[in-house]
Write a protein that binds this ligand. Sequence first.
Ligand code: FES
Length: 113
Amino acid sequence: MAPPFQHHLFICTNERSPDDPKGSCVHRGALALHQHAKERCFRLGLKGAVRVNKAGCLDTCAQGPAVVVYGASDPAEGVWYTLASTADVDAVIDEHLVGGNVVERLRMRGLKG
Ligand code: FES
């Protein structure tokens, strides 16, 4: 059975107390980025092909807003991004999800492993 979506985009929307030294993606604008991603995918007719989900902490807090993309043509560990603006979200949707090319300039740095 084929997977229902070509890509899954998980956006961390974890929120910690503002005084927590780890910070959190919500305090870096993740909720607005999530909403923007959903709206852009809808406008581009990607509903059914791309699923945009909220995620809990992805344990890459210092590099947030943290996003990971999984798709049939992506590596098994997914492609991890730091998306700091709606322009970054647009780039991942246009270049990666639609165009099939990983957006190297936005890939998360300093991952474990
Ligand atoms: S709070 Fe977003 S990765 Fe931890």
